[in-house]
Design a binder for this molecule. Structure first.
Ligand code: NAP
Length: 187
């Protein structure tokens, strides 16, 4: 049994996942142009996920939504600081300061099969540790000019294999890549 670590995220064409202050109004506006019934594969992806791992910044953004979107699904929030959890979330949400490697080891030992890693800095940490297996990136037809980047520095090049790519009539382009686990580790 092995753990698969996946990313499923939307970016601007210039590679940002949020504005500098964290706002995703541009993403919400683009989603509003998507026809009813089309979710660009999100529900199918989520159906495979045992646990979400997200950075504190993403967690705080999600808390602003009208409703907690993850239902009873297990969520781990990564932070080096205390995070206050609203009471209704305490049964399913926990906080951890583990490194990506420690967390993957623990969750793999628990028998989890698929985890979903979300948040720019958090994804960058997992990529730098060579721990992302699969990434689905949905590129939106917008340039933001500045913002919070999806990608950052790496200890070594990461070669990806393109598994699928599709474009939607409303202008989104979605590509799924496989990574070779362990690739980014310095030798
Ligand atoms: N476009 C999209 O599809 C999409 C998806 C997700 C999120 N977003 C947006 O992106 C923004 C968040 O991304 P982001 O890059 O700012 O940050 P992020 O990855 O959500 O959060 C970063 C924080 O997570 C904590 N962290 C990450 N790894 C850790 C580790 N191994 N140990 C301890 N703490 C760890 C640290 O918190 P501490 O500083 O507390 O230690 C770090 O500052 C939000 O605005 C969100 O709405 C967009």
């Amino acid at each position: 049994v092995s753990l698969t670590v996946a990313v499923f995220i939307a970016t601007s064409l210039d590679g940002f996942i949020a504005r500098p202050d964290g706002r995703i109004d541009w993403l919400e506006a683009a989603n509003a142009t998507v026809p009813p019934g089309e979710d660009c594969g999100y529900a199918a992806f989520m159906a495979s996920v045992d646990c979400l791992v997200m950075g504190r910044n993403t967690f705080e953004q999600v808390l602003q939504f009208a409703e907690w979107p993850y239902g009873d699904r297990r969520v781990i929030v990564l932070s080096s600081r205390p995070v206050s959890l609203p009471a209704p979330l305490r049964p399913t949400v926990s906080v951890s300061a583990e490194t990506p490697a420690q967390l993957c080891r623990r969750l793999g030992a628990e028998g989890l099969r698929n985890i979903y890693v979300d948040g720019g800095k958090t994804i960058q940490g997992f990529l730098a540790a060579g721990l992302i297996d699969r990434m689905t990136i949905t590129t939106l037809p917008i340039l933001l000019g500045s913002g919070r980047p999806l990608f950052g520095a790496l200890p070594a090049d990461l070669k990806l294999t393109l598994l699928t790519s599709r474009s939607f009539p409303f202008g989104f382009v979605q590509s799924t890549y496989r990574l070779q686990a362990g690739d980014a580790l310095p030798c």
